[in-house]
Ligand binder design. Structure first.
Ligand SMILES: [Ca+2]
Ligand SMILES: [Ca+2]
Ligand SMILES: [Ca+2]
Ligand SMILES: [Ca+2]
Length: 396
C-alpha cells in the first residue's frame, strides 16, 4: 500500500496550491457539440469512419474522415478554439495532421511508428497545438497556434517504449504540460509550464505493468491529477491535486483484456468520471461524478471500433506465422504464401494491417535462402516483426 501514500508530495502540493491561482476548469475531452460534456466517440481503423453520439441531444453522427489503416490515430483536440472538439487525425505514415474543416493537411511529424501525436494547448491561447512525441528519442515537437516559434526537439523523456505520453495541464495555468507515465516503473514525469508542479520520476502507482494512466481532472480544481486504472483488478486510483477526491482502489471494472478506460467528463460537472469501454462489443460503463445513474453497458461501437479518447498503450502486438517456417520449395515451384495471425493487447484483429516484404519470392527460380518479412503496427504505433525463411533448392 505504501506506494499510494505520497505524504511529503501531497503536503508540498497543498502548499503550492495555496499560492497558485486556478484558471478554471479543464475543457472536457471529446466534446464535439460544445456543451461541456464528453461525447461517446469511436473510430474504425478498418473503414476510417467516425461515430459520435452528441450528449446535448443524443443524436448520432457517422462521419467519414480517415481510411483503412492502422497508422491513423484519431486525436481529441480543439484546434480552432470554438470550444468544440474537431474531427481530426494524425497519420504516422506521413506525419501529417488532417483536421476536418481545417483546410490543408498540416505537416507536423514525419513517417515513423515511434512518433505519436500529443496535441494540447501548450501556449495557452485557447487553441490546441499540433504536437508529437518521439518515443525513440524522448523528444517533443510543439507547433504553437499563437504564432510563436515552434518548440523543436524538447528533451522530456528518453528512448523507452514503456513511456506513455499523458500531456495535460497539471499545474492549472491554462497551458498543457508535456508529461509521461512509465507503465513498467509507475513513475510520472511532468514538465510543469509554470514550474509549480514539476515531477521528474515521481513514483506513484505500482510497477506491475497492468496499470494504465488515465490522466484528467477528477476533483475539478482545474489541474490534472495523477490517476490510474488497473486492468488486472478493475480498480481506479486518483491522487487528487486538491485532496478532495482521493480515489484508492474504487472498483469500477473487472479484469478483462478488452476493457479499456476512457477518461472524460461525461456529465459535465467539471470532474472526470470513471469510464470504460469494452472493445470486444462496444459496451460503455460510466460512473458519473455528479451522482447520476451510472451507464451500465450501453452499446456504442463494436469490435471494429475504438474510443477516440483511448489513451495510447505501449504493448507490442502479437504476430504469429502460420504454416511451415522455414519452408522449402523447388526452383520450379511457386512460393506458397502461408498466413499469419496478428492481434493487439486487447484482442483486436490486426491481420488486415500486416505488411509483407520479400514477396518477389513468388517468382523465384534461383536456388538460395530467402526470407519474407512480416511487420505490423497497432493503432498506437507499437510494432512486431517476424521472418519466414524460404529455402529454394534446385531440382534433383
Ligand atoms: Ca495553442
Ligand atoms: Ca500547465
Ligand atoms: Ca485536479
Ligand atoms: Ca463528471
Amino acid at each position: 500500500m505504501e506506494f499510494w501514500k505520497l505524504r511529503k508530495f501531497s503536503i508540498c502540493l497543498g502548499l503550492l496550491m495555496s499560492c497558485t491561482l486556478s484558471l478554471g476548469a479543464i475543457s472536457s475531452p471529446c466534446d464535439y457539440d460544445g456543451d461541456g460534456k464528453t461525447d461517446l466517440a469511436v473510430y474504425s481503423h478498418y473503414s476510417g469512419e467516425w461515430n459520435i453520439e452528441m450528449s446535448s441531444d443524443t443524436s448520432r453522427h457517422k462521419i467519414q474522415w480517415g481510411q483503412r489503416s492502422s497508422r491513423i490515430m484519431p486525436v481529441d483536440a480543439d484546434f480552432d478554439g470554438d470550444s468544440k472538439a474537431d474531427i481530426a487525425y494524425y497519420d504516422r505514415k506521413s506525419g501529417r495532421w488532417h483536421i476536418r474543416d481545417g483546410g490543408e493537411a498540416i505537416q507536423w511529424g514525419w513517417k515513423s511508428d515511434a512518433v505519436i501525436p500529443a496535441p494540447g494547448d501548450y501556449d495557452g491561447d485557447g487553441k490546441a497545438d499540433p504536437a508529437v512525441y518521439d518515443r525513440s528519442t524522448g523528444k517533443w515537437y510543439l507547433r504553437h497556434s499563437n504564432g510563436s516559434t515552434p518548440t523543436i526537439g524538447l528533451q522530456w523523456g528518453w528512448n523507452n517504449f514503456s513511456l506513455t505520453a499523458v500531456q495535460g495541464d497539471y499545474d492549472g495555468d491554462g497551458k498543457c504540460d508535456p508529461a509521461l507515465h512509465d507503465r513498467e516503473t509507475g513513475k510520472w514525469y511532468v514538465l510543469s509550464s509554470n514550474g509549480s508542479r514539476q515531477m521528474n520520476g515521481v513514483q506513484w502507482g505500482p510497477s506491475t505493468g497492468s496499470t494504465v494512466a488515465v490522466p484528467g481532472d477528477y476533483d475539478g480544481d482545474g489541474k490534472y491529477d495523477l490517476a490510474l486504472y488497473d486492468r488486472a483488478s478493475g480498480k481506479w486510483y486518483c491522487h487528487s491535486s486538491d485532496g478532495s477526491r482521493e480515489i484508492n482502489g474504487a472498483q469500477w471494472g473487472w479484469p478483462s483484456p478488452s476493457l479499456v478506460p476512457v477518461p472524460g467528463d461525461y456529465d459535465g460537472d467539471g470532474k472526470h468520471d470513471l469510464a470504460l469501454c469494452n472493445l470486444q462489443n462496444g459496451k460503455w460503463y460510466i460512473h458519473f461524478s455528479n451522482g447520476g445513474k451510472p451507464m451500465q453497458g450501453t452499446v456504442f461501437g463494436d469490435s471494429k471500433t475504438r474510443p477516440v479518447g483511448q489513451i495510447p498503450t505501449t504493448t507490442a502486438p502479437r504476430l504469429v506465422l502460420k504454416g511451415d517456417n522455414p519452408v522449402t520449395i523447388h526452383t520450379d515451384q511457386l512460393y506458397p504464401e502461408h498466413s499469419c495471425e496478428a492481434t493487439d493487447e486487447f484482442g483486436g484483429n490486426l491481420r488486415p494491417f500486416v505488411e509483407r516484404s520479400g514477396n518477389g519470392l513468388l517468382k523465384q527460380t534461383q536456388p538460395g535462402t530467402y526470407s519474407v518479412r512480416y511487420r505490423v503496427s497497432d493503432f498506437f504505433g507499437n510494432t512486431a516483426e517476424a521472418l519466414r525463411e524460404v529455402n529454394c533448392v534446385a531440382l534433383p
